[in-house]
Design a protein around this ligand. Structure first.
Ligand code: ZN
Length: 195
């Protein structure tokens, strides 16, 4: 899959949208990314998983670990393509990321951490920490989209299928607001109440 084919797929499905959006962080952006919309189609999820797997196959991971919830489906598809198992980390009652449900790692087991989108990379960083605490060796990290434009520093080999430079702004500083348009919240079920 070329970069152009991938962008076209994501735009056709609405997983990447252009406009004026209020993100969950409260910041405004001209671009909205929601990978769940492409991952709802198993054939697309499988193809994306295969494409990520090929970037890391030679590193010989024997397990894929993903942060829940966003990373679970794509992590599972990457693992399917690699022929290895897929597990996930999730928050425990104290809010810390942890391996639960009886998931564990062998000492020194080679792990690929997979997520859907990197914005700050925080969830991937937390997942790396959990793998290390559990005795695993993180060999690399992969994602469908890196919206930091490739500026993320994870201290391990890290590659996304698509690097996008997606600026966001505090509402007071938003150039789109200054044109008189108002931001919409694409992730919420209800349209923002009119003024
Ligand atoms: Zn705005």
């Amino acid at each position: 899959m070329t970069r152009e084919q991938l962008i076209k797929l994501l735009e056709d499905i609405g997983a990447i949208r252009q406009g004026h959006f209020e993100l969950t962080s409260g910041r405004h952006s001209a671009t909205y990314i929601q990978c769940a919309l492409v991952l709802q189609y198993p054939n697309h999820a499988e193809a994306l998983g295969r494409a990520i797997a090929e970037k890391f196959r030679e590193l010989g991971p024997s397990c894929v670990v993903s942060p829940a919830l966003g990373g679970v489906i794509i992590g599972h598809e990457v693992a399917r393509a690699l022929g290895v198992r897929a597990i996930f980390v999730e928050r425990d009652r104290s809010g810390q990321m942890a391996l639960r449900r009886g998931f564990d790692l062998k000492p020194g087991e080679r792990v690929l951490v997979v997520e859907d989108v990197w914005t700050t990379g925080g969830s991937t960083r937390e997942a790396i920490g959990v793998v290390e605490q559990n005795g695993g060796l993180v060999v690399a990290a992969g994602a469908i989209i890196d919206r930091s434009g490739g500026r993320l520093e994870l201290n391990i080999p890290a590659r996304a299928l698509l690097e996008l430079e997606v600026p966001s702004f505090e509402p007071d500083d938003c150039p789109l607001c200054r044109t008189g348009s108002s931001a919409m919240r694409p992730g919420s079920r209800y349209a923002r109440a009119g003024s």
